[in-house]
Design a protein around this ligand. Sequence first.
Ligand SMILES: Nc1ncnc2c1ncn2[C@@H]1O[C@H](COP(=O)(O)OP(=O)(O)O)[C@@H](O)[C@H]1O
Ligand SMILES: C[C@@](O)(CCOP(=O)(O)O)CC(=O)O
Length: 553
Amino acid sequence: MEVRARAPGKIILAGEHAVVHGSAAVAASIALYTSVSLRFPSPSDNDDTLTLHLMDVGLDFSWPVGRIKAVLPASVNSIASSPTTCSPETVKLLATLVEEHTIPQEKSGIASGVIAFLWLYTSIQGSKPATVTVSSELPLGSGLGSSAAFCVSISGALLALSDSVKVESSQDGWVVFGEKEQQLANKWAFEGEKIIHGKPSGIDNSVSTFGNLIKFKSGALTCIKSNMILKMLITNTNVGRNTKALVAGVSERKIRHPDAMSSVFTAVDSISNELASIIQSSDDHDDDLEKEQRVEELMEMNQGLLQCMGVSHASIETVLRTTLKYKLTSKLTGAGGGGCVLTLLPTLLSATVIDKVIEELEQCGFQCFIAEIGGNGLEICFNDEEDNLLQGINSFRQSRNLIALSKNDNAGCMADEIAEALEDKDCSTMAGPSTTTTTSATQPRYANYPDVVKKCDIDINTTADGVILPVCVPKRVPTLVLTNYTQSSYASYLNNSRYTGVGIGKEKDWVVVVLTTDAPSGTFSNVAAPRQSTVVRASQGLVVLMAVWFGIW
Ligand SMILES: Nc1ncnc2c1ncn2[C@@H]1O[C@H](COP(=O)(O)OP(=O)(O)O)[C@@H](O)[C@H]1O
Ligand SMILES: C[C@@](O)(CCOP(=O)(O)O)CC(=O)O
């Protein structure tokens, strides 16, 4: 049983930090997602571990479920339908599980994310074995809400396969939870955020769960309907910072200067409310330019107040100065202290100016992108990743008037085994030609072939017709995986009528497609020896490598 969930990142247009102290804030989801796949093993897998693959940081964690049960006393068991806060004592217990793995010093911030994962997992699913894989399009720790997207997507996947939520698993493609289920996922995500952040306001997990454009104040969310075009340039200063420390720093400043800080928060509250009412839908577009200027002014004022809170940074000031040269207004977004900066790109701004600003910002070592604002929040998909790839391959074949490939279980088993053998190989280490002969010295180094063949019940003596197509795509981004099959030299195999069956396997960055034929030597119940093997480099701009082995060893 497998489910995938994805949740978007966010930008805060006004009100970060002040929102932690009860002021209003305005935020929008952006079309950059964190995706989670959750798979429970079948009894025949004999797998009794909980495994977490964190693709973005290249870290894997695995615990025998017995170990988790031994560490967590039964008294901390939660109920999936009623989100509960992880006590400091339980955080310590979960930290011991995380400490059983080595996390390099420069990635130490990941530990709190893994603790949050363990809390959400054990609370919603108990101590079942499973494999959970997380990958994100968001930069981590840059103010775009990666921690919220992490907690929301994990909560969504865990709830989707729990008894507490009713979702129609037969639906195709990405589906949005019903309102009740969204509320539940949001509450659990908030509990995860508390572990990572200490004192989150709840705005990040709310906008990641519900999507769109929202106003948020004291835990209450109002959806903003807007048809105003808000084009935002996002500049990542690439300066790392820690949300928890920045939020704590503002609270300490509030303790030192209660009156002054309370005035700052009140001013931010007014800014957020005014911003929300300006961008609220109106059919009158005559004053759009004036609205844009008012939004710019409010952003500028908000940035000034964020400086008062002590969360700006030299890199943020550099972005402000650079964009001001082009008469553009910017403000930090998220916790500040580095991270990302927003620049409003007025509707009448020419593409040439936009290119120039971006060029200048990039010369400072920053990264710029324009993100789509206000899409869906948390979404779930029950279609298996492999089924989706097969669907894509079959659409490609259909467009060439070929019959659809049907699943061949033995080939599927072989694809799984080869993917497993490849999983720890780096994409780049696979460059260069592979071996072509049967002698043990020159056999392809990726799998223990005779064992694979035996395990998958394939007769090594009669199977001669088949092709194995491995692809390595960092994070297995589905669209890129598909194009690596359909827009590379692999396309000639997919575009060949002699292949009628298919098996697909995947592990880490690797996907393996095994094609079979209808001939007695190609059904994979019988066999032969290897004939040829090559490795080719794909041209997708990513580090993508592919190997083709004709025939079976
Ligand atoms: N894709 C991910 N993989 C692993 N951990 C993640 C991921 N996304 C977020 N996290 C967790 O969230 C933390 C970043 O959160 P935070 O500092 O608040 O930055 P952001 O502004 O991106 O939310 C990471 O240090 C890690 O603990
Ligand atoms: C500073 C704050 O307002 C937003 C933090 O955003 P991020 O974690 O930097 O993406 C904190 C919060 O609202 O919980």
